[in-house]
Ligand binder design. Structure first.
Ligand code: TYD
Length: 123
């Protein structure tokens, strides 16, 4: 919603959404040279929203890599399970809001790239 006083974004529990939201977390104060992520999830769905500044998200399904610039709070990126993701090139003062389909579960992470490629090509 936008008016003369600015813009306001809302997500409600029963908003039409590709997945039920069980967790919200946010990244901020990320140094410009930092690369965050560098892992994949086996089951987690996420929506990443750049609520301030901009950053890039690289997604890799084990075969193809795509790189997205997130630079507007009205345009988020949905990341389904099974993508190796890196978040990089954060501008000063930028922040990411992440809506996630599951509570935090360290066993859902794949943190080794070769293990991810083997998992992604499991057939
Ligand atoms: P991680 O998911 O690796 O962050 P990023 O992908 O942004 O680099 O998480 C960093 C640390 O924070 C790790 O020790 C796990 C912890 N963490 C939680 O405890 N709860 C959470 O919901 C998240 C996302 C991370």
């Amino acid at each position: 919603m936008r008016d003369d006083l600015g813009a306001l974004g809302v997500v409600e529990k029963d908003s039409p959404f590709p997945f039920p939201i069980k967790r919200v977390y946010f990244l901020y104060d990320v140094p410009a040279d930092a690369v965050r992520g560098s892992h994949a999830h086996k089951a987690l769905h996420q929506l990443i929203i750049p609520i301030a500044g901009s950053f890039r998200v690289a997604l890799d399904d084990g075969r193809t890599r795509s790189d997205f610039l997130l630079s507007s709070p009205d345009q988020g990126l949905t990341v389904p399970p099974g993508y190796w993701r890196t978040l990089h090139d954060f501008t000063a003062g930028s922040a990411a809001l992440v809506l996630a389909s599951e509570e935090y579960d360290p066993t859902d992470y794949i943190r080794d790239y070769d293990a991810f490629v083997a998992w992604a090509s499991r057939g």
